[in-house]
Design a protein around this ligand. Structure first.
Ligand code: NIG
Ligand code: FE
Length: 389
């Protein structure tokens, strides 16, 4: 198997043995050896082994590829008019999802596939080497099955989100829709998915409905995650913790009881800074979470309604500027945090045996990701050991 040595790395974020002073397990003047799809060696450049090819990073910073653990990339249409109205003062509401449902149902497989692949490429160019993708804009058995099937073409982290919102045709009998989700829709989607998710919120699904749906998914071999406390406080976070969900996402309105429950659990709280940015909601206090001992991740939540960014660097910049994370904590949350939210130990770190998913920054340190917001700092990207950018 051929080997490539990347040497002259000024600042390497490994996320291995992170301490409280350095959440990133930093190695200065480092080198990384890639063998096939995996990392074979990591250490000081002066001690590096020989390799078939050598790349000089010229003092730049390297981080693990971003792990974006929350996205909705299978959809048709556009809601820029809704965003424009929101910037003029209108509130975000869960019901907007239904307009994307109509546009998605009327799109062809080819259109959805082309768009989906375009987003994955766009993300790769910004350093995201793993992305979780949810269904949720089909809301019929056939349209949800199509969404998870298309998503499975581009990622192994597929989430069935038939319970995104109650579709218009079931508006008067939401529990019948929950029956459909737990029955034939789940049966059709489970073979393509690893995860099950519910939007547990006023205007979407109640705690009791969410519990039923997640239990049904678990019985089919899917693992639970949850959207909760996005639009107001509720019991969703505690439900996620009780069910042992890998992650509960949003957490814009967390109570003290939520924070205590998260801190005593294995459930990750995934922050979605792009949502507060583009809905003008208050940024959650991520400092309070970290100080309480909660594991946090950062994801983009790329979707046409609440957050149409695919840029992890942008979300990192917000998390530092407005949520109280240090740059190191934010980079850790966007890499190792995302991996934890997907229960993966082969990504989000730079260590022997891990997948060689690497990002070389056009900058001397990871701090620049927040310090230079909006600037394209991702210079090179390796996925599974192959240079893709
Ligand atoms: O994660 N919160 C629910 N789902 C998406 C938004 C979907 C939409 O507005 O189209 C989210 O923010
Ligand atoms: Fe979402």
């Amino acid at each position: 198997m051929s080997t490539t040595l990347i040497t002259g790395i000024g600042e390497l974020t490994t996320n291995v043995d992170p301490g409280s002073d350095d959440p990133c397990g930093t190695v200065l003047d480092a080198a990384v050896l890639i063998e096939g799809e995996r990392i074979a060696w990591v250490g000081p450049a002066a001690d590096a082994p020989r390799a078939d090819d050598v790349i000089d990073a010229a003092g730049r910073a390297m981080i693990p590829g971003f792990v974006d653990s929350h996205s909705h990339l299978v959809f048709g249409g556009d809601r820029s008019a809704e965003f424009e109205a929101r910037m003029a003062g209108q509130r975000y509401a869960a019901g907007g999802i239904r307009s994307t449902v109509a546009a998605t149902r009327s799109a062809s497989d080819a259109e959805l596939r082309a768009r989906l692949r375009g987003f994955v490429d766009e993300m790769l160019a910004q350093g995201t080497t793993t992305v979780e993708i949810k269904s949720g804009y089909g809301l019929t058995v056939a349209d949800e099955e199509r969404a998870v099937r298309l998503a499975a073409e581009v990622t192994s982290e597929v989430t069935f989100l038939g319970a995104h919102v109650v579709p218009a045709e079931y508006a008067e009998n939401a529990d019948d829709y929950v029956d459909l989700v737990c029955g034939p829709m789940l049966a059709a989607c489970a073979p393509h998915a690893r995860w099950i998710d519910v939007f547990c919120e006023t205007g979407a699904f109640t705690v009791a409905q969410s519990r039923r749906i997640l239990d049904a998914g678990v019985a089919r071999g899917l693992r639970p995650r949850l959207h909760a406390s996005q639009l107001g406080p509720g019991e969703g976070v505690r439900l996620a913790v009780e069910l042992g969900a890998a992650s509960v996402d949003h957490g814009t309105y967390l109570t003290d009881a939520d924070v205590a429950a998260l801190a005593a659990s294995d459930t990750v709280l995934t922050l979605l800074p792009g949502v507060e940015f583009s809905t003008r909601q208050p940024y959650p206090d991520a400092r309070r979470l970290i100080d309480a001992g909660v594991t946090v991740a950062i994801a983009c939540d790329t979707n046409p309604g609440s957050s149409f960014t695919s840029s992890m660097p942008f979300c990192i910049a917000i998390a530092v500027r407005d949520m109280g994370l240090t740059p190191g904590e934010a980079v850790h949350a966007a890499t190792a945090g995302g991996a934890r939210a997907l229960r993966r130990d082969d990504i989000g770190i730079i260590a022997p045996g891990a997948r060689a998913d690497l990002v070389l920054l056009r900058a001397p340190s990871r701090v620049h990701l927040a310090y230079r917001p909006g600037v394209p700092l991702v210079q090179r990207v390796w996925k599974d050991g192959a240079a893709v950018r």
